[in-house]
Design a binder for this molecule. Structure first.
Ligand code: ATP
Ligand code: MG
Length: 563
């Protein structure tokens, strides 16, 4: 029974003062969530219904690909995490029990699930296997933000696949893609599956599911048939007008011009006709000079992948000691003195570069002729770069899910192996697959809200129908509304019934804020015409009234249309 007169739905006219993201503001205002500490949130009854509905979709779809649901604890012995090499992660909450034993709050469950599988699986006949749970995670995030988008405790659906080899893993991975595509479609989100960073986990494949919206912390590069996280995206750079070639580099005086923009303006050139020098220090190699087109930016993740080790930007002192004054650095004449890494988008030139002397640049510098180099793709893609001839766009997005080929990293740490047909011991190949239901909820709020409030996709709405009665308690409107409520509940429709003794304005405002897909109103007019008013929340569109005697059939019809 959900009668608002006795429900816990604390709606607010004002958003929390610190809220920036739309989903943060609206989910608090609609009475779905409440904060209890930094990055720590409670889900109030209506909000929890949203998570529960998302949970049902997740379970149905992971069960459909053969997953088996289980439950593993959040509190775990630190020993497991030491064994996997993840104990040092700063986000990992560490604690002690009363006897001083070291424990952690699990941030995912690879350690736990792999140790179970290591104990149980013996033979190739026990594989493949997909295990999953829907469980709380603890993460000491450095910057909890945006309501439930990045919290320090959250529920995750995480599944784990166990296979005999890479080919088996590929199949489990493909099944998860199928399940995930269906999950996000069913949840009613706009989403993209993008190639993601394989990162420190060192796996062989990764995709992220991204829901585009303003509050997103990620950026996705999009072109017809192409979607990639900007962290890993590659594209063909836009052409740039260059100067004519010279027989050899020529000095040009550039007093005080130590930035790309400054030099470009001074010489009347496009920024892309210059080379940007980015000296970095790589342990243990020392200084490496990274060069890219003046209109491009370094992609730190790609650069880290190329340098294959820890690196940091060189200090002004280090630059001055080995090259020259910062702001006037260039590659010409450095051959043999230090390695030069040239971005793929840099062409044959000629380019303008620093001369390694104060207030001086060189024009006519040509890679290959004037300096030797190694090449790599280390730049961030820019709007308008081309993929297969199509310009890319870059959109902010929320990462709602993540699938990842782990390979044998965890199975080796935990001794998870099996005997093949020839009695040979082989490591188990693993994949891991996460989804954050809270982010699905927040992404849906972000994507569909309007100035009046939330507009849920039917599949994850707290209620399909928000029934509003206008008129005093004890009046004839009440009687009709009570019977409408009963009819819908008996028919299996999820309804919240606003039977509070409040004015029409307040009730409608709360209904639009909460965002259930259909609003039914019973008022004086309903009595006169035996008709119940209908509004479709998305677009706030009034529909033809429903005759009381065909109410259920018509509501079901509308739900089919919206679902
Ligand atoms: P992010 O890059 O946003 O930190 P992640 O790569 O750490 O995410 P995973 O460890 O792959 O995320 O977790 C799987 C899913 O769990 C994510 O796709 C996201 O939906 C959800 N999730 C991760 N961290 C949080 C968090 N701090 N708060 C809420 N949901 C989260
Ligand atoms: Mg994270």
């Amino acid at each position: 029974m959900t009668r608002l007169s006795s429900y816990f739905l604390p709606t607010e006219k004002e958003a929390p003062a610190d809220a920036e993201a739309l989903s943060h503001k609206l989910m608090v205002r609609a009475g779905l969530i409440r904060q209890i500490g930094a990055g720590l949130w409670s889900w109030l009854p209506a909000g929890w219904r949203v998570q529960a509905r998302i949970g049902t979709i997740l379970r149905e779809e992971i069960n459909r690909i053969g997953g088996h649901e289980m439950l593993m604890p959040v509190i775990q012995p630190a020993e497991l995490w030491k064994r996997s090499g993840r104990y040092a992660i700063e986000e990992l909450f560490k604690l002690e029990d009363r006897r001083g034993a070291e424990l952690v709050l699990a941030m995912t469950h690879e350690e736990a699930v792999t140790s179970h599988v290591a104990q149980v699986v013996r033979s190739y006949r026990d594989l493949p296997l997909i295990l999953y749970h829907v469980q709380t995670k603890g993460r000491d995030e450095p910057r909890p933000r945006a309501g439930v988008l990045r919290t320090r405790e959250f529920v995750m659906k995480d599944s784990y696949s166990f296979d005999r080899d890479q080919a088996g893993l590929d199949q489990s991975y493909a099944r998860h893609i199928e399940a995930y595509d269906r999950i996000f479609d069913r949840a009613g989100l706009r989403w993209y599956r993008v190639s993601g960073d394989v990162g420190l986990m060192g796996g062989s494949g990764a995709h992220e599911y991204m829901a585009p919206c303003a509050a997103g912390e990620n950026e996705v590069a999009l072109a017809p048939g192409y979607a990639a996280n900007v962290e890993v995206a590659s594209a063909t750079a836009q052409p740039v007008a260059l100067e004519g070639p010279l027989d050899a580099p020529q000095e040009v005086s550039t007093p005080g011009a130590s930035t790309i923009a400054g030099v470009a303006t001074l010489l009347g050139l496009a920024p892309g006709a210059l080379l940007k020098a980015y000296p970095v220090v790589v342990e243990p190699r020392g200084l490496v000079l990274v060069l890219l087109r003046g209109d491009h930016r370094v992609n730190e993740l790609k650069l880290a992948g190329t340098l294959g080790g820890d690196w940091r930007p060189a200090s002004e002192e280090e630059i001055a000691a080995q090259l020259g004054p910062a702001g006037f650095i260039g590659p010409a004449g450095l051959d043999g003195r230090l390695p030069i890494l040239l971005d793929d988008a840099v062409g044959d030139g000629p380019y303008v570069t620093g001369a390694n002397r104060a207030d001086t640049h060189l024009r006519g510098v040509q890679p290959g002729r004037d300096f030797s180099f190694e090449r790599a793709d280390i730049r961030r893609v820019e709007v308008g770069d081309l993929v297969d001839g199509h310009p890319i766009e870059i959109e902010p997005a929320i990462e709602v899910g993540n699938i990842f080929q782990l390979g044998t990293r965890y199975s080796q740490a935990f001794g998870a192996s099996y005997l093949d047909e020839h009695g040979q011991e082989q490591p188990i190949w693993m994949g891991c697959y996460g989804i954050g239901p809270a982010r699905i909820a927040a992404a849906a709020v972000e994507q569909y809200a309007d100035e009046a409030g939330i507009s849920w996709p039917l599949a994850i709405a707290p209620f399909a129908v928000h029934l509003v009665v206008l008129g005093k308690p004890g009046g004839a409107e009440r009687e009709l509304a009570d019977s409408v409520y009963q009819t819908l509940v008996d028919g299996g429709v999820e309804v919240c019934y606003d039977d509070r003794d409040l004015g029409a304005g307040e009730k409608f405002a709360d209904a639009e804020l909460l965002g259930c897909p259909l609003r039914l109103t019973v008022g004086r007019r309903s009595l006169e015409q035996r008709e119940i008013e209908v509004q479709v929340r998305r677009g706030r569109e009034a529909r033809a009234g429903l005759a009381a005697d065909e109410l259920l059939a018509r509501v079901e019809e509308l739900c089919r249309e919206l679902g």
